[in-house]
Design a protein around this ligand. Sequence first.
Ligand SMILES: [Cu+2]
Length: 132
Amino acid sequence: MRRRPQTLTLLSLLAILALVLAACGSSAESSTPAGDGEGNGDGGGTAGGETVSLSGGQFSPGTLTIAAGDTVTFTDTTGHTVTEGQDGTAVDDPIVDEDGGADIEVTFDEPGTYNITCKIHPAMNMTITVEG
Ligand SMILES: [Cu+2]
């Protein structure tokens, strides 16, 4: 009958220790940021932008869906223009209308559908959808 109190004391010490550890554990847990993952990338590895190549006399890809505020970089622009419009004709007040030669970066802040064309080659057309 002597052992029992000792056993109980030991058990209660362990219980207290367990409670302390649990408390520490939970406080550490609460300090960790809760899921900071922002949507698992929906394809495309480039963070914060998309690239459209004009190589070969066509926009590639021919359609693109981006989020408002994203920047699209047009590459291989030599001998072309990057122009908002269709079939070689710019719209009024285009968001972009630049001669090629260097990479052309365009940031699309407003949701909507944008047709992009080349004024030198009216057959060059693409569509960019900007989602809000
Ligand atoms: Cu062109």
